[in-house]
Design a protein around this ligand. Structure first.
Ligand SMILES: *Cc1c(COP(=O)(O)O)cnc(C)c1O
Length: 392
């Protein structure tokens, strides 16, 4: 039989209503623990001789549906759900490293991931390097025998620069180093790093996967072997698991993922065009811009350029802040991927923890703003932006 399309998988995969009294929607198993039939069964569950649920930090049926669906959507053997994106990132990184390990990172990562890398260095001597990863030579040059993984964000937050995932995966395979990709900005609809040869995908499911701004959650996906190891160690023993209700909300959000991503992307395309032609805008960072150096790569590895646009307002930090304050409909908020259009100032918000020198190297200047284009009418978003430009 022909493999089902993505738009179908987001609705059906990982769930068989027949196993749940015909319930069309997966039930919420709002329980912390599971009663065994008898002592022998309890012992068999713990020893692994018998499959089945034990305790919701180790597994929960609602969460299992989400995990199976996410694995299918990312083309992975197995996925795990977490209580936040950072819980997923930290569970993956801590499972890959040991004392004295090294992590090679794309030039620019999510602010708290940067914080985690610093913490790992300070407490455990796990070092890291940042690389622009523009060529395979650049990547290879920074891999050492201690390199435990290559950690990539693409598009890079918030400068929207892309990294060629196939290129990184090829170098990494030659060196026997696993590649972890933070796929938050794309969601599995726009980009599938595992299909492109990478090993592990992490998501802040708080963003596009949820899509409605009402859940904090994370996902990791990869081979069964790696995911089972994480489930038995850094997920179980550090314990950043998702609640059954939040898993249920993500399952609900996922059903409309392709519809939403199409609208986010189409709106962003229109708004990028507007920003590119605006006299108050110095520079636009958007992989769908045909004059951007990443346009070809975006065409190659992403289904669409996505819903995020960063831009420099002509002027200073104060000009950028004044511009934000003049917006009427667009909300000043971190996070992204919601129905509402959000704007934030990376230098003082998401990337405030990054020291100024590193921030400048990442291209996060004081007049840079990041816009998460929502699902409203693009004309209403444009009008709000235009009016704010006129009043600064
Ligand atoms: C938000 C975000 C995270 C962290 O996710 P949380 O759900 O907030 O813990 C990690 N990476 C990227 C790219 C993000 O945008």
């Amino acid at each position: 039989m022909r493999e089902k399309k993505f738009e179908t998988k987001v609705i059906h995969s990982g769930y068989d209503s027949k196993q749940f009294s015909g319930s069309l929607v997966p039930p919420i198993y709002q329980t912390s623990t599971f009663a065994f039939d008898n002592a022998k069964q309890g012992a068999a569950r713990f020893s692994g001789e018998e499959a089945g649920y034990i305790y919701s930090r180790l597994g929960n049926p609602t969460v299992t549906v989400l995990e199976e669906r996410m694995a299918v959507l990312e083309g992975a053997e197995k996925a795990l759900a977490f209580g936040s994106g950072m819980a997923a990132v930290s569970a993956v990184l801590f499972s890959l490293v040991k004392n004295g390990s090294h992590i090679l990172c794309s030039q620019g990562v999510y602010g708290c991931t940067f914080g985690l890398l610093e913490l790992m260095e300070e407490k455990f001597g796990i070092t890291h390097d940042f690389s622009a990863m523009e060529t395979s030579e650049q990547v290879e040059a920074l891999i050492s025998p201690e390199t435990a993984c290559i950690y990539v964000e693409t598009p890079i937050n918030p400068t929207m620069k892309l990294v060629d995932l196939e290129m990184v995966a090829t170098v990494a395979r030659k060196k026997g180093v696993p590649v972890v990709v933070d796929n938050t900005f794309c969601s599995p609809y726009l980009q599938n790093p595992i299909v492109l040869g990478c090993d592990i995908v992490v998501h802040s499911a708080t963003k596009y996967i949820c899509g409605h701004g009402d859940v904090i959650a994370g996902i990791a996906a990869g081979s069964s072997e790696m995911m089972e190891r994480i489930a038995r160690t850094t997920q179980k023993d550090i314990g950043g698991v998702i609640s059954p209700f939040d898993a249920w909300l993500l399952l609900r959000g996922l059903k409309t993922l392709p519809v939403r991503m199409d609208r986010h992307s189409d709106n962003a395309e229109k708004l990028a065009e507007f920003l590119l032609g605006h006299p108050m805008v110095e520079k636009v960072f958007y992989p769908g811009d045909p004059s951007s150096g990443d346009f070809q790569l975006a065409q190659k590895q992403m289904r669409k350029p996505g819903g995020l646009i960063s831009f420099n307002v002509k002027g200073t930090k104060e000009t950028a802040q004044r511009f934000m304050d003049e917006l009427q409909m667009i909300k000043i908020a971190v996070s992204l991927g919601d129905a509402e259009t959000l704007i934030q100032h990376p230098a003082t918000m998401t990337h405030a923890v990054v020291p100024e020198e590193s921030r400048m190297k990442m291209g996060i200047t004081d007049n840079l703003l990041r816009l998460s284009v929502g699902l409203e009418s693009w004309e209403d978003i444009r009008e709000d932006l235009d009016a704010a430009f006129k009043s600064i």
